[in-house]
Write a protein that binds this ligand. Structure first.
Ligand SMILES: Cc1cc2nc3c(=O)[nH]c(=O)nc-3n(C[C@H](O)[C@H](O)[C@H](O)COP(=O)(O)OP(=O)(O)OC[C@H]3O[C@@H](n4cnc5c(N)ncnc54)[C@H](O)[C@@H]3O)c2cc1C
Length: 440
């Protein structure tokens, strides 16, 4: 009898559950799915065979693992780590975590003190930096302080370049700190990069706490770390997974929406912006379309190299101020293999032979650091042309009220109001939309 009552209750709960579709299983769509699955009748549509979107694992023999691009996470990515914890991912197996270290082979080296709280850890790092004079060190500290003051005063946004000009920042610090920092964090040219978003990254990621500035490098592919466990969790909670299903259109229905003919109470469009506009009903979302039209995208190229002999780069992330690659990730420190993953941010910003022969140019970078390393025995180049959405000055999230009123919601890295288009922005955006839908 009790059993019957229990199953009736379950049935009644199911009946009143909203029927929700998520279009796109990148990190935003997956985060929304994990949030909604226990409370909704959920279907997750994904055009590709696998989940993960712009941060997905790819099989590239003979490399130990590969993603569609090397990713770096920082300690401030709290939403991601909480979600990984919820779905049972062991952080130590997934990532190497270490305190902020800035090591440029042809420039400055410093390392945050692990025993000091922020921002003293950074102060100590800069004061003990190598390859910088005392005058250089005090200039960088002054620039950091000026940026903090700018942030606290909440001044109008401007480009990073215009701010660097007003601070009269030397060529050394442009080349060895600000440019690699802005390209790495915002993937946007200095002339158009938003100082406000850079401040937000520094405030939450460097000045907030020592742990926030730690960086975390994946030890295995991001599909295995994030996409698969989160998808598995959502499916366990009842979500229906529809891979290799490219949604064509969302139409308005008397109650809710129709997705390629199927009825739903609500839909979350969690695709990249360049796929979102075409899905929306023609009569709605003018502000979203205008915002999408104004976006600027930049490429990131990742070069994977494998060598016959073992080596050790001077740091897990060894940088080059004047190289083709900005960062060389030493995988011998991740999983003991003789592999390097090299990151070239803003790779659309160069021309000529570089673009056709990334691997040879990156190998030349590696030879500068490790002259005896020999020739690579395997190489793989992956360029994502629209890797990230530029964090340009004054970019704001569009007004989506008309879409929301008809049960259509948008999520994705490009919609976060404070952060650049990153993994954390994608996850926060997906979770926020899911919570809004549950409140309706
Ligand atoms: C090479 C590279 C390096 C990066 N490095 C970093 C880094 O170090 N740190 C960091 O934080 N971020 C980094 N990023 C950015 C990060 O990967 C993205 O911000 C994040 O993955 C975006 O997630 P998303 O869910 O918003 O969008 P997406 O990942 O683009 O997901 C959208 C999904 O929608 C699917 N889709 C599209 N149209 C349809 C349709 N019609 N029907 C069904 N499905 C559809 C797509 O197949 C895709 O799976 C990097 C990105 C790249 C490419």
């Amino acid at each position: 009898m009790n059993k019957q009552k229990g199953s009736l209750k379950k049935h009644q709960q199911k009946v009143i559950m909203k029927k929700i579709a998520i279009i796109g299983a990148g990190w935003a769509g997956l985060a929304a799915a994990a949030e909604l699955a226990p409370h909704a009748d959920l279907t997750l549509f994904e055009a590709s065979r696998v989940a993960g979107g712009r941060a997905r694992g790819v099989a590239v023999a003979p490399f130990s693992f590969a993603d569609n691009g090397q990713h770096l996470l920082i300690g401030a990515y709290r939403a991601i780590f909480a979600l990984l914890d919820k779905v049972g991912v062991d952080m130590d197996t997934a990532f190497v975590r270490q305190p902020l270290q800035w090591y440029l082979h042809d420039g400055v080296h410093f390392q945050a003190a692990s025993g000091l709280p922020a921002p003293l850890n950074l102060l100590w790092a800069i004061l003990t930096a190598q390859n910088a004079t005392w005058s250089d060190k005090f200039s960088l500290l002054k620039q950091m302080q000026a940026l903090q003051t700018h942030h606290k005063k909440n001044l109008p946004d401007q480009s990073v370049q215009s701010w660097l000009d007003t601070q009269r920042v030397s060529q050394k610090w442009c080349d060895e700190f600000w440019l690699p920092m802005v390209w790495g964090a915002l993937n946007t040219p200095l002339e158009r990069a938003s100082l406000q978003r850079l401040c937000n990254v520094m405030a939450d990621g460097v000045w907030a706490s020592r742990a926030a500035s730690d960086y975390l490098i994946p030890r295995k592919d991001l599909g295995g770390i994030f996409a698969e466990p989160v998808l598995h969790y959502a499916c366990q909670q009842g979500a229906k997974w529809q891979p290799e299903t490219r949604v064509r259109e969302i139409a308005l229905a008397a109650q809710g929406v129709q997705i390629d003919g199927q009825d739903f109470d609500a839909a979350i469009v969690a695709t990249a912006p360049y796929h979102a506009a075409q899905l929306l009903p023609k009569t709605l979302g003018q502000s979203v379309r205008a915002a999408i039209d104004s976006l600027e995208y930049h490429a990131i190229t990742t070069v994977y190299l494998q060598y016959a002999q073992s080596f050790r780069l001077p740091a897990l992330m060894t940088g080059l101020a004047h190289g083709t690659a900005q960062w060389l990730i030493d995988r011998s420190r991740l999983n003991g293999t003789n592999e390097i993953a090299a990151v070239i941010s803003m790779s659309d910003d160069v021309s000529g032979s570089l673009k056709t022969d990334w691997a040879a140019h990156v190998h030349a970078d590696v030879l500068r650091v490790c002259p005896d390393i020999g020739e690579p025995i395997a190489q793989q180049v992956i360029t994502e042309k629209r890797a990230t959405i530029a964090s340009t000055v004054h970019r704001v999230a569009p007004d989506m009220a008309d879409l929301n009123a008809r049960g259509i919601w948008l999520a994705g890295d490009w919609l976060h109001s404070r952060y650049p288009a990153t993994l954390e922005a994608a996850v926060l955006s997906g979770q926020e939309v899911a919570r809004q839908i549950l409140r309706c």
